[in-house]
Ligand binder design. Structure first.
Ligand SMILES: NC(=O)C1=CN([C@@H]2O[C@H](COP(=O)(O)OP(=O)(O)OC[C@H]3O[C@@H](n4cnc5c(N)ncnc54)[C@H](OP(=O)(O)O)[C@@H]3O)[C@@H](O)[C@H]2O)C=CC1
Ligand SMILES: C=C(O[C@H]1[C@H](O)[C@@H](CO)O[C@H](OP(=O)(O)OP(=O)(O)OC[C@H]2O[C@@H](n3ccc(=O)[nH]c3=O)[C@H](O)[C@@H]2O)[C@@H]1NC(C)=O)C(=O)O
Length: 460
């Protein structure tokens, strides 16, 4: 291991060991047997190899903003990613995808290792938060964009600092993702998205350390199969994201003519409303950032130590994607958005009782579907509709501020999709609230809500 590794070991008696309650934005979760801080790429690989050789349980920690860990904690190694560095890749670097020198604006360095694979994939379907399927890779638009600029960012950079950095330099493409918590390395895992942009629209590739490997490899965005809050990383490809590469739009030429750095076209009606423009308009980058930060703050989605509504993991459930038939069965005022093909969320028959857990009912339903379905190659693609989990929760009788008797966990008073810790809640209290919300929505609408955060040591 390198000499600058920072190791916190539970065996060390002199300093109190941080628990997950100290390290996550939900502020719940038990002790960590061994916490190590990887501050360079070399250290990251060394720590990971050490854990893998020993065959001990391991997990990655970024900003702790999308994590619910049980009160028992984690009996293994937690590798906290602290690597830093944002580089602008120039000329050959960006075409080959190698990461040799020639960065014209390197902010911070790291012990980068060189790797040359194919460049950006060329026919990505650009997605947005309401869209469902994103095929990953730089969009044709970006690759063909003569003003595109490619950057590589190390996994431990704070996501929102990166957004601020790009806005300051007039690089457009992730401005609507302002205020999202967490670290850069977690962003491709669930293809973060908000206010009409998602990572898939700008992501070109990642450097990834597969579990058991001793050096990272490059994986193109296309290979990541990015979709609505998902990717092959979320679906089980084990390892660690080491860095990401993005193609952004450099507004320098436009600025010379217009005197302003304009955003990508505004794609989210709520954001367009807040900016007093139409969907499709372009507005100064900094205004988009400001407006998104205000919108997020009004929903309790910007971390603020003085506001218990922000002691959450953001949206606790994903918005369900169902077939058109199910969507039509909902009341007329239920928000619905048509999406492109993606897996349909399970609709559990209302007749299924609530005695079994939602997961058991889901599995039983899945098994009965598999048993009854004859294989077919030419099934027509169903029309898919994304629903609002927040609306379903509210209309299942779980309003803002709701809490179970005696519990210190509550639904946010600003947005029903965020479960919050009002002070001193246990992980089990958060899990109880989550199960209650799931069971209410299921009883009312027959729809099973899926947790968005990574859940460790708890059953949901
Ligand atoms: N759209 C929104 O408004 C919100 C979005 N988020 C997003 O959720 C994510 C949370 O980030 P963060 O707080 O840093 O993550 P966390 O520290 O909460 O980690 C959550 C999980 O992400 C995976 N992960 C994190 N970093 C890496 C990495 N370098 N390589 C591989 N897997 C990794 C791990 O899952 P595993 O163990 O399964 O590999 C980890 O358990 C961010 O992308 C954040 O932007 C969060 C809240 C709101
Ligand atoms: C916060 C996250 O991402 C957020 C992202 O910031 C926003 C903005 O793009 O859109 C998603 O929320 P969302 O679908 O709830 O978006 P919002 O615009 O806040 O609400 C949608 C609709 O839900 C309904 N709504 C919202 C809040 C509420 O308390 N009650 C309610 O009924 C309203 O009808 C509203 O129009 C993302 N969540 C998911 C799971 O997709 C996160 O992933 O953690």
């Amino acid at each position: 291991m390198g000499g600058d590794l920072e190791t916190t070991d539970a065996a060390r008696a002199d300093a109190p060991e941080p628990t997950f309650a100290d390290l996550t934005t939900l502020r719940v979760g038990g002790p960590i047997r061994r916490l190590v801080d990887a501050t360079t790429q070399r250290d990251l690989v060394d720590f990971a190899l050490e854990a893998w050789v020993d065959g001990e349980p391991w997990m990655v920690l970024g900003g702790g903003s999308n994590l619910l860990v049980g009160d028992e904690g984690f009996d293994g190694t937690v590798i906290r990613i602290r690597t830093r560095g944002i580089e602008v890749l120039a000329g050959d670097d960006r075409r080959s995808g190698s990461d040799g020198g020639a960065s014209r604006d390197q902010v911070a360095g790291d012990d980068r290792r060189s790797r040359s694979d194919e460049g950006a994939s060329r026919d990505q379907v650009a997605g947005d938060d309401r869209g469902s399927r994103s095929d990953g890779g730089a969009s044709r638009d970006q690759v063909d964009d003569p003003a595109s600029v490619r950057i590589r960012v190390q996994a431990g950079e704070v996501w929102d600092d990166l957004v601020a950095w790009t806005v300051d330099r007039g690089f457009a493409g992730i401005e609507a993702l302002s205020g999202i918590p967490g670290c850069v390395g977690a962003a491709p895992v669930q293809n973060i998205g908000a206010y009409g942009q998602e990572l898939a629209s700008t992501l070109v590739a990642i450097e990834f350390l597969d579990e058991g490997a001793d050096a990272p490899r490059r994986i193109t965005a296309r290979e990541l199969e990015l979709g609505y809050r998902t990717s092959v990383l979320k679906q089980g490809l084990a390892g660690i994201v080491v860095s990401i590469e993005l193609d952004l739009h450099d507004t320098a030429a436009e600025r010379a003519v217009l005197g302003e750095t304009l955003s990508r076209p505004v794609a989210y009606p709520q954001l367009a409303g807040a900016l007093h423009v139409d969907v499709g308009d372009r507005v100064p980058l900094a205004r988009v950032r400001e407006s998104v930060l205000e919108l997020r703050a009004s929903k309790g989605m910007v971390l603020d130590p003085d506001d218990p509504d922000t002691s959450s993991a953001g949206s606790f459930f994903t918005n369900p994607i169902v077939n058109e038939h199910t969507a039509r069965s909902l009341p007329g005022d239920a928000p619905r958005w048509y999406v492109e093909a993606d897996p349909v969320d399970e609709v559990v028959p209302l007749a299924a009782g609530l005695e079994a857990s939602p997961l058991d009912q889901f599995l039983a339903h899945q098994a009965s579907l598999e048993a009854s379905e004859a294989p077919t190659d030419a099934a027509p693609q169903p029309t898919l509709v994304k629903l609002s989990a927040a609306w379903l929760i509210e209309h299942a009788g779980v309003g803002r501020g709701f809490r179970l008797p005696g519990s210190r966990a509550a639904v946010s008073s600003k947005h029903t999709l965020a479960l919050t810790n009002r002070g001193g809640a246990s992980a089990e209290e958060v899990a109880q609230l989550a199960r209650f919300v799931q069971s209410r929505v299921q009883a009312e609408f027959g729809i099973l809500l899926h947790p968005e955060p990574v859940v460790v040591g708890l059953d949901l």
